[in-house]
Ligand binder design. Structure first.
Ligand code: HAS
Length: 550
C-alpha cells in the first residue's frame, strides 16, 4: 500500500479527473443532438462552446489528471513512498493544474473561449483562457518534476541497477511530455497571450499552428503511453504471467521518445505555408512512430498466448478461451486493445500524404480519435479505475459493482462502435468536422448520402446517447468506490495494484541512458523543424488580426 500522503494525492487527481469527465460527457450528449438537428440550444449556449468544453475537459483534462493519479500511485508502489519534497511538488503541481483548469473552464462556460481544444488562431479567446492553459502545463511540469525527483533518489540508492519497468515507462512518458510542451508553451506565451490581451495586433497563424502541432501529436502519445504501461505491466499480472520481454517493452517506449515529436506536420498536410518536402519528411517519420505500436501488439498477443497455453489451451487458438474473460479488469483492457486495431489503421490512413486529402477536416477524423483516445485510452483508464480506486481507498470492488462494470464497458463499446462507424462513413462521404448542424442547403445529393443506416447523423446520436448512459454508470461505480463500497480492510483483503514480474537480466543497460535518447530526439526535432520554423518566422506574412465569430 502506498503512503497516506501519496494515496491522497493520487485520489484527488482521480477526483478532478472524474469531475471533468461528468461535464465533458454531458457536452458530448448535447453535441450529437444538435448535430442531427434534434435539439436547439438556448440562445445563451453556443454549439462551439460545448464543443470546446467537451474537447478540453475530456481530451486534455480527464486524461491528464487520471494519468498523474495512475503514475503517482504506480511510482509510489514500485519505488517506495514519496519523501517530503516529492510530496510538496506533487501537491503544488496538482493545485496549479487545477487552478489552470478552473480558469480555462470558466472562460469556456462564460462564452469567452469557443475556440475548440486546438484553439487555432485567428479565432481569439479571452487572454485568461490561454493563461489557464499555461497554468495547466506548468502544473503538469511540477508534477512531472516530483516524479522524476523520486526516480532520481531511487537511482542514487540503487546505483547501476535498471529501474522497475513501471518507473522506466513513467520517466519515458514524462520526458516525452516535457519536450512536447515546449512548443505549446512557446506559442501560448509568446504569441497567444500578447495577442489576446491586445499588446500586439496580429499573430503569425502558420507559426502558431505549427508550434501547436509540435505539441499536439506527442500529446496523443502522452495519453497512449500510460495505457501502454497498463498493457505491458498490469495485464500480464492479471493473466498470471510475466512481462513477455522487458527489453522489447523498454525499446518501444524509447522509440516513442524519438519519433512522436518530429511529426506534427501530418496534421497540417493541407496547409499552404509549409513546403511539401518538410511535410514528406514528417510523414516518413510518422511511419516510424507506428513501429512501437506494432511491437506492442506483438508483445500483447505473445503474452495472451503464453498465459493461455500455461492454463491448458491447445491448438492454434485454444489459448484464447483460457483468458480470464470474467475478470472485468482484463476484459475492459482487451476491448480497448481490440478498438485500437481499426483506430491505428485509421491513423495510418490519415498519415498517408494523398489519403489525407480525402479525410482531413471530415468527420472521419472525429471517428478516428474516438477509437484511439476515446476507447483504447479511455477504456484502459476505466479498467484501471476499477482496481485503482479500491487500492487507494481500501474499499471493495464488490460483485455487484463488477457486474455493473461489465455492463458499463460493453455499453461503451456498443455506443462507440455505432457512433465512430457512422462518423467514419459520414466523413468519407464528405461530412465536415468542427461544424454544428448543416442542412447542406437542401442539396438533394448530399441529403441522400447522409441517409444510410450507418451513414446517418441519427446513428451517431444513438451511439452518443448510449455512451452518455454508460458514462453515467461509470460515475455511479466511481462514486461507490470512493465513498460507499464496504471497507475491505475489515476482512484484511486490499485490492492489489497488479504489477507483473519483468525479467531484466538480459536488458541492455544503455536503454536507461536517457541522455542518449534525449540527444537523438533533439537531433530529429532539429532536423524536422529548424528550417521550416525559421522560414515561417523570417518570411512571415503580415500576420492576422482576430476573429470572434460567436
Ligand atoms: Fe491520430 C489525428 C495519425 C494514433 C489521436 N489523432 C488525430 C486527432 C486525434 C488523434 C485526437 O497522420 C485529431 C486532432 C485534431 O483535432 O485535429 N494517429 C495517427 C497515426 C497513429 C495515430 C499514424 N491518434 C493516435 C492515437 C491517438 C490519436 C494513439 C490518441 C490516443 N492522427 C494521425 C493523423 C492525424 C491524426 C495523420 C491528422 C489527420 C488530419 O488530417 O487532421 C499511430 O500511432 C497508430 C499506430 C497504431 C497501430 C495499432 C496497433 C494495435 C495495437 C492493438 C493490439 C490489439 C490486441 C488485441 C493485442 C498500428 C497495439 C487483440 C484483439 C483482437 C480482437 C484480435
Amino acid at each position: 500500500m502506498v503512503g497516506i500522503q501519496d494515496r491522497k494525492l493520487a485520489l484527488w487527481n482521480v477526483g478532478v479527473a472524474y469531475i471533468a469527465f461528468i461535464i465533458g460527457t454531458f457536452c458530448g450528449l448535447l453535441q450529437v443532438f444538435v448535430r442531427n438537428d434534434a435539439l436547439n440550444l438556448p440562445t445563451w449556449l453556443n454549439y462551439y462552446q460545448i464543443l470546446t468544453a467537451h474537447g478540453v475537459l475530456l481530451a486534455l483534462i480527464y486524461t491528464t489528471f487520471f494519468i498523474f493519479a495512475f503514475l503517482i500511485a504506480g511510482m509510489s508502489k514500485t519505488l517506495g513512498g514519496f519523501g517530503p519534497k516529492v510530496n510538496l511538488f506533487g501537491w503544488l503541481g496538482f493545485i496549479v493544474t487545477t487552478i489552470g483548469t478552473a480558469l480555462a473552464t470558466v472562460m469556456i462556460i462564460s462564452g469567452k473561449a469557443s475556440v475548440m481544444y486546438t484553439f487555432y488562431a485567428p479565432l481569439k479567446a479571452s487572454g485568461w483562457f490561454y493563461v489557464g492553459l499555461a497554468l495547466v502545463i506548468v502544473g503538469t511540469w511540477l508534477s512531472s518534476f516530483a516524479l522524476i525527483g523520486h526516480y532520481i533518489v531511487w537511482k542514487k540508492r540503487n546505483k547501476g541497477q535498471l529501474s522497475p519497468l513501471f518507473a522506466y515507462m513513467t520517466i519515458s512518458t514524462l520526458i516525452l511530455w516535457i519536450i512536447a510542451c515546449l512548443g505549446v508553451v512557446a506559442t501560448v506565451v509568446f504569441q497567444y497571450i500578447p495577442w489576446a490581451f491586445g499588446w500586439v495586433d496580429t499573430i503569425n497563424v502558420e507559426l502558431s499552428r505549427s508550434l501547436f502541432w509540435y505539441f499536439g501529436h506527442p500529446l496523443v502519445y502522452f495519453w497512449l503511453l500510460p495505457a501502454y504501461i497498463a498493457w505491458y505491466v498490469v495485464v500480464p499480472k492479471i493473466l498470471g504471467t510475466k512481462v513477455f520481454s522487458d527489453s522489447l517493452a523498454r525499446l518501444s517506449f524509447v522509440l516513442f521518445i524519438l519519433f512522436s515529436i518530429p511529426v506534427g506536420f501530418h496534421h497540417q498536410l493541407t496547409e499552404p505555408g509549409i513546403s511539401s518536402f518538410w511535410k514528406f519528411l514528417q510523414v516518413v517519420l510518422t511511419f516510424m512512430v507506428i513501429i512501437p505500436s506494432l511491437m506492442t501488439a506483438f508483445s500483447m498477443f505473445a503474452t495472451f498466448e503464453i498465459s493461455g497455453r500455461k492454463k491448458g489451451g491447445t491448438g492454434l487458438f485454444g489459448w484464447f478461451k483460457k483468458l480470464p474473460w470474467k475478470d472485468v479488469r482484463f476484459t475492459s483492457i482487451f476491448i480497448a486493445m481490440a478498438f485500437f486495431i481499426p483506430g491505428g489503421a485509421g491513423g495510418i490512413i490519415n498519415a498517408s500524404f494523398q489519403l489525407n486529402e480525402l479525410v482531413h477536416n471530415t468527420l472521419w477524423i472525429v471517428g478516428h480519435f474516438h477509437i484511439t483516445v476515446g476507447t483504447p485510452v479511455a477504456m484502459t483508464f476505466m479498467g484501471i479505475t476499477f482496481w485503482l480506486i479500491p487500492y487507494l481507498t481500501g474499499r471493495k470492488f464488490t460483485k455487484r459493482l463488477q457486474r455493473l462494470a461489465f455492463i458499463q464497458v460493453i455499453s461503451w463499446s456498443v455506443g462507440m462502435l455505432l457512433m465512430s462507424t457512422a462518423q467514419h462513413i459520414l466523413g468519407l462521404l464528405g461530412a465536415p468536422r468542427r461544424t454544428a448542424y448543416s442542412g447542406y442547403n437542401g442539396n438533394v445529393n448530399a441529403l441522400e448520402w447522409f441517409d444510410g443506416i450507418l451513414s446517418n447523423h441519427v446513428t451517431m446520436a444513438v451511439g452518443g446517447t448510449i455512451l452518455f448512459l454508460s458514462a453515467m454508470l461509470l460515475l455511479y461505480i466511481v462514486a461507490n468506490l470512493l465513498f460507499v463500497a464496504p471497507k475491505a480492510q475489515l476482512n484484511g483483503e486490499f485490492e492489489e495494484f497488479p504489477i507483473a514480474e519483468s525479467d531484466k537480466s538480459h536488458t541492455p543497460k544503455f536503454l536507461e541512458n536517457w541522455w542518449i535518447w534525449i540527444g537523438v530526439a533533439v537531433a530529429l526535432i532539429i532536423m524536422a523543424y529548424a528550417l521550416p520554423l525559421s522560414h515561417m518566422i523570417q518570411h512571415s506574412p503580415p500576420g492576422s488580426g482576430h476573429h470572434i465569430t460567436w
